[in-house]
Design a protein around this ligand. Structure first.
Ligand code: LR7
Ligand code: MN
Length: 576
């Protein structure tokens, strides 16, 4: 959720179909069903020559189960059926005070039953699906640092109330060095009385969510590991589709649709089934709209598993042996961040499949800020983790990460030799393969001539996005040489791009705007003449020109005249 160094998880980017789950429940829905054949690309994704027995479970590893009846509404309790909780005006001050503890409305959470009822948010087609009578069992691993009592226990109770008992081996809670009283003895005493085995393990010192999950995973006795954040609510029928998918093929990593539990009211808001996971040049996880291509591969069946390029990271099921076969997690990652992309790339590049299972819904409290400390500093930790992802998995595309995050060049990535040898040992495919086959819609250009600053010869100033969003003007400013907003790629498809925006002009007078790249040429087509050093806009025939004296921050489009103000240097790496 981390976006551009901020913690915004609920920001929606109107222009791109990008956004957080919070903004995605307004699903416009309509999907054209004009497709005949399915995409063939994925059918050959991996060489699935493995013996069938390897892919599934032995009968002794499976359990007979029955569906669980819905949790009845608790009469008179706030928040039932997933409704928003309202706080009386006289408690507003208290509410604000408590909000700071966890960065969500703790007062509201504390008013809601651990067993609150939720509406059945599944698509109709999901409710009538029949799953195998025998499924593998799973252990639920929940790690936390200073989690609130009510959210943690509502997570646990929602698992207990909505999972077929034979499939629920145990719940494993990993306390990552919390400092809150209620998470000590009180928690152990409480869980000892629960109707399913719940174990509490504790890290000796703050180890971060990645190493905490590794500690939890070590104790798993079920066939499948299911990870959840500590502020979730599982809905009716959430578990069966995840386990059924893994039972079909143990190399599948299965994620539910992550619904939104509003941080201010605890309202349960169903998220769209039309979004999948992507990432940007900064290596932030982002939600994007599922492309038509993937809809067609699924035969336009919205209940069918959705192959996603990346996952959010907190909520997923994976076969235990496969988890270790694939190299579990990178122990060199601290506190928070990066492990979700690391695992996503690893799964795809090393022969697995990463899917969102639309018939499985789990709610998660999305918040704007992180409530806990990042010992050593947020940016240092997040940049360190992401740099490890870039170094190990992204080949030359790691340059985009470093160009976009100049600060990352100076952080210590630590030792990545073990992770690189894992990649080698598993004979994992290249990042190019991933971009070509799994995520052709990504904003990583497959081939590009230049990645770096674009400097005007006359003014010696550089093109600069000024941090503008899609639809806003391109800028120009003093070249700082630090990358970030002054980094542009000139691609083989003749786009000039910065992350997911492309230089775009609709009229010969300009202005030149940043617009979400559409990859269709048109107004986003630019020809750079390496000798003349001109950047010509194909549709208008005009040349990109230094700004006018009246406003020195806006580059212009002008008839090409060979003047020095129309000469731009792109000198990072030219391979024509
Ligand atoms: O030092 C820590 N130790 C911990 O045990 C820091 C965190 N944690 C725990 C924490 O208490 C929580 O239970 O780890 C869990 C995840 O931390 P959050 O809730 O602060 O993370 P998040 O929900 O903001 O972030 C998402 O990205 C993370 C990247 O490292 C993890 O993968 C989270 O699991 C993940 N959450 C989801 O995928 C839910 C959907 C959010 C989105 C998009
Ligand atoms: Mn979370």
């Amino acid at each position: 959720c981390l976006g551009g160094g901020s913690w915004k998880c609920k920001e929606n980017d109107e222009n791109s179909g990008v956004g957080s789950a919070a903004a995605l429940h307004s699903d416009s829905g309509a999907i054209s069903s004009n497709s005949k054949g399915r995409g063939i690309l994925y059918e050959q994704l991996h060489d699935r020559g493995k013996a069938e027995e390897d892919k599934t479970y032995k009968p002794t590893q499976l359990r007979r189960w029955r569906p669980v009846p819905p949790v009845p509404a608790n009469r008179g309790m706030p928040g039932e059926n997933g409704k928003a909780v309202t706080i009386p005006p006289e408690k507003e001050a208290l509410m604000k005070e408590k909000f700071k503890l966890n960065q969500f409305n703790l007062l509201a959470s504390d008013m809601i039953s651990f067993n609150r009822s939720l509406t059945d948010v599944r698509l109709e087609g999901c409710k009538s699906k029949i799953y195998p009578k025998l499924l593998p069992s799973t252990s639920i691993v929940i790690v936390f640092h200073n989690e609130a009592w009510s959210t943690l226990l509502r997570t646990v109770w929602s698992v207990i109330n909505r999972s077929p008992r034979p499939l629920l081996k145990e719940v494993i809670l990993v306390d990552d060095a919390s400092e809150r009283e209620h998470l000590g003895r009180q928690l152990e005493d409480y869980v000892a009385k629960l109707p399913v085995p719940v174990h509490v393990f504790r890290t000796e010192k703050r180890s971060g969510l990645i190493r905490a999950r590794l500690l939890g995973a070590k104790h798993v006795k079920g066939e499948v590991i299911t990870f959840l954040d500590a502020h979730c609510e599982c809905t009716e029928g959430w578990l069966e589709p995840l386990l059924a998918r893994i039972a079909e093929d143990r190399t599948t990593v299965a994620c539910p649709i992550i619904d939104v539990i509003a941080d201010d009211t605890f309202e349960y808001i169903s998220a769209s089934d039309m979004t999948w996971g992507g990432f940007n040049w900064k290596l932030n996880f982002r939600w994007y709209r599922v492309p038509q291509r993937e809809m067609e591969r699924r035969g336009n069946d919205r209940t069918a598993p959705l192959r996603t390029p990346t996952m959010a990271g907190g909520l997923f099921s994976i076969d235990k042996d496969y988890f270790y076969h694939l190299g579990s997690y990178d122990e060199g990652m601290d506190i928070w961040g990066g492990e979700n992309l690391e695992m996503s790339f690893r799964v795809w590049q090393c022969g697995g499949i990463l899917e969102i299972i639309p018939c499985s819904h789990v709610g998660h409290v999305f918040r704007d800020k992180s409530p806990y400390t990042f010992p050593g500093g947020v940016s240092k930790i997040v940049l360190h983790n992401a740099a490890r992802v870039a170094e190990v998995w992204m080949d030359e595309w790691r340059d985009f990460y470093y160009a976009m995050n100049p600060g990352a060049r100076s952080v210590d990535v630590g030792d990545v030799t073990q992770r690189k040898s894992l990649r080698h040992k598993l004979k994992c495919k290249s990042f190019r393969w991933y971009l070509e086959n799994v995520y052709p819609e990504s904003q990583m250009p497959l081939d590009y001539y230049h990645l770096g600053e674009v400097r005007n010869m006359e003014t010696q100033n550089c093109l600069d996005t000024m941090g503008h969003k899609s639809g806003e003007n391109l800028g120009v400013s003093y070249c700082h040489g630090l990358g970030g907003n002054q980094v542009f790629a000139y691609t083989r498809r003749q786009q000039i791009m910065s992350d997911d925006n492309c230089l775009d002009a609709t009229s010969p007078e300009g202005p030149v705007k940043l617009v979400r790249c559409h990859g269709m040429g048109g107004n986003q087509l630019w020809v750079y003449d390496k000798n003349a050093q001109t950047i010509k806009h194909v549709n208008t025939g005009q040349c990109l020109t230094k700004p006018d004296v009246r406003d020195t921050s806006i580059p212009l489009l002008r008839p090409c005249d060979g003047s020095i103000g129309q000469m731009w240097v792109m000198n990072s790496k030219f391979k024509w």
